[in-house]
Design a protein around this ligand. Structure first.
Ligand code: ATP
Length: 310
C-alpha cells in the first residue's frame, strides 16, 4: 500500500475508514489503531502486532504440513522445474517465475519478515515485490478480539475471536506473535501462517492468494522480536530510510498523518533504527534511498535466498 495506493489513505492499514479491506501484512494493531482513530500504532506503550491475512478455513487433504526449511527434504520454495534445473545445472532456479510448490515432498520457503520505521517505504517496496512475482508471496490472516467493521468478513479480513478464545490460543502457544493494542488483542497464528503455503493466504490487495505461497510479514520491531524467537525461522529484512530528515519528508509527503502522529512515528522510528543497528546485524538491510535501486537490492536478496536453507 504505497502512497499511490488508495489503501494508503490511512497509514499502516490496508484501507481507509470507508474500506473494509485491511491491508494484508500490516500489523493489525497498527491498522486498528489508526482506523479506530483512538490510538496511534507508534505509541511506545503498545507492542507492535502481527500481520496477517487470509485464510478461510477449508479442508485440503492435499495440503502440505508446514515444515521449516531445516526439516525439508529439498530446498524450500524450489519449484519442480527449478529443482530440475538445479540438478542438471542448466538454469538458475532463482530466475524461475514458477511459484513455490506444495506437495507432500516439497515444503514452503521460510517466511520473510519486512520491518522498518513507518514511512520508510515498506508498503511501496512490497507492492513492487508482489507485482514482480505475482504467484510467490502471500500474507496470513490475523486473529483479533476487536469487533468486525461493516464489510469485514471473518476468515478473510481477520479471524474474529472472543477474548476467551484468544487467551486460550495464547495458553496453547498457537500464536507466532501476538500483542494487545488499543484494548484488543491481535495475533498471527501458526495455522494462519501455514495456510499461506496452502493457497489460503492473501495477496497485496487482500484477494485470495492460491497456490503454495511464501508467507510475508510487514511488522514493527516488537513483532520482529517475537518472530525471531519463533520456530518459523524467518528471513528478516530491515527497510531503513537514508536518514531521519528524509523519513520526515516522506511522512509529510504521504499526507496521511496529523502533526502529532508524525512526531510519534518519528520518535518510534529512532527506536526502530537503533534496533536495526544493534539487533539487525546478520539480517538483510535495505536502505530505501532511490526506490528502483532499493527494490533491485531487496528483490535480489529475496529471490536468491528462496533456495537457501540458512
Ligand atoms: N525511495 C523512495 N523515494 C522517495 N519516496 C519514497 C521512496 N520510497 C517510498 N517513498 C514514499 O514514502 C512514503 C512512505 O512510503 P510507504 O507508505 O510505503 O511507507 P511504509 O514503510 O509502508 O509506512 P507504514 O509503515 O506507515 O505503512 C510514500 O509516500 C512513498 O511514496
Amino acid at each position: 500500500m504505497p502512497p499511490t495506493d488508495p489503501a494508503k489513505s490511512v497509514p499502516n492499514t490496508t484501507a481507509g475508514l470507508g474500506s473494509p479491506s485491511p491491508h494484508p501484512g500490516v500489523s493489525p494493531a497498527a491498522a486498528a489503531a489508526l482506523n479506530d482513530g483512538t490510538e496511534d500504532p507508534t505509541n511506545l506503550d503498545s507492542p507492535s502486532a502481527p500481520i496477517a491475512k487470509p485464510a478461510p478455513e477449508k479442508s485440503d487433504a492435499a495440503a502440505t504440513e508446514y515444515a521449516p526449511p531445516h526439516m525439508a527434504g529439498i530446498a524450500p520454495g524450489v519449484s519442480p522445474s527449478a529443482a530440475a534445473a538445479l540438478s542438471d545445472g542448466t538454469e538458475d532456479p532463482t530466475l524461475s517465475e514458477d511459484p513455490p510448490t506444495s506437495t507432500t515432498t516439497t515444503t514452503p520457503s521460510r517466511p520473510i519478515v519486512f520491518s522498518g520505521p513507518s514511512g520508510t517505504g515498506k508498503s511501496t517496496l512490497l507492492k513492487k515485490l508482489f507485482a514482480a512475482h505475482p504467484s510467490h508471496f502471500g500474507f496470513s490472516v490475523s486473529h483479533t478480539t476487536r469487533s468486525p467493521r461493516p464489510g469485514e468478513i471473518d476468515g478473510v479480513h481477520y479471524h474474529f475471536t472472543t477474548p476467551d478464545t484468544f487467551q486460550s490460543m495464547i495458553h496453547n502457544h498457537e500464536f507466532e506473535e501476538h500483542a494487545k493494542f488499543g484494548g484488543n488483542y491481535y495475533g498471527s497464528s501458526r495455522a494462519a501462517v501455514q495456510a499461506v503455503a496452502q493457497g489460503r493466504g492473501k495477496d497485496m490487495d487482500g484477494n485470495e492468494a492460491s497456490g503454495n505461497r511464501i508467507c510475508v510479514f510487514d511488522i514493527e520491531m516488537e513483532g520482529v522480536k517475537q518472530l525471531k524467537q519463533s520456530a518459523l525461522n524467518p528471513r528478516i529484512c530491515f527497510i531503513q530510510p537514508p536518514d531521519v530528515d528524509t523519513l520526515e519528508e516522506r511522512l509529510r509527503g504521504r499526507g496521511t498523518d496529523s502533526e502529532d502522529a508524525i512526531q510519534k512515528r518519528l520518535a518510534q522510528a529512532k527506536n526502530e533504527i537503533e534496533y536495526c543497528r544493534t539487533e539487525g546485524r546478520g539480517d538483510k538491510v535495505v536502505v530505501n534511498d532511490d526506490l528502483d535501486r532499493a527494490f533491485r537490492d531487496l528483490d535480489e536478496w529475496v529471490m536468491k535466498d528462496l533456495t537457501s536453507q540458512n
